[in-house]
Design a protein around this ligand. Sequence first.
Ligand code: ZN
Length: 270
Amino acid sequence: MKKTIPILILTIPLILFIVLFPIFSADQNASNVSTNGNGTTAENTTNNESQPEKVAFIIPHPDDETIGAGGTIQRIMENGSTLHFELMTSGNAVTSELLPVYNYFNIEIPSNISTEDQKKLIRQDSFKRVMAIYGCSDYNMQGYDDGTLNADIVFTTMENLYLKEGYTVFYTVTGDGNVDHLACYQGMKKMKEKYPNLKYRQFPVYYYHYYRQNPMSLTKNYTDLNVNNYASKKKNAFQIYYAIHTILPTYYPYSDGTFCTSPERIYYMN
Ligand SMILES: [Zn+2]
């Protein structure tokens, strides 16, 4: 009996180690894929984007880029990548659910135009101001009406950027309850099917809202990027949209800073 005690002392930890090792290592693998809060396990995205690349953002409405990727945009710019934005719609919809837009920056608006057209001018102006905050001068505003985007429009935009301009990394929103967001998701899907070797990324716009739509993404791989370092410009950009009243009341309060300090979720392929 006395001899068996030292043997047990040696063998029990060994057996425990053998039994538990697969569990520990499985957890380790899972966390590499899906966690990231503090940037320590962000290697997938970081490595892919540490070299300067030509990166194009396809943005359905003025504000989606800031809400979903305001920190990511700055992060990409830091490594010297070329950044281009395609703003697809003007965000001109006027409905009972949306706040009346406010001409906070006193831009010139012809008095005889429709409420929708006024909104278009104010929102496109707000987008320009936000681009200036980020230091992006390379953008194009396509000016589609709210709710009229479709997969073909988005696909053609992406394909032209690739074939004519040489962009090889594409960002857009995930699908959700909004038709224009869905069109971006579908357009990227078509693009990925035709050009599978390019890099495709998606970000959910209302990810942090507790009753958000489940994001519809092209992949299950994602990284939660800590964007604390970029909170200042993101906050300023958000404040532009806040000032003109183009944020849905249901998504208030954006101004409390929550969106600036929260991580940004980026779904990535390759
Ligand atoms: Zn949107």
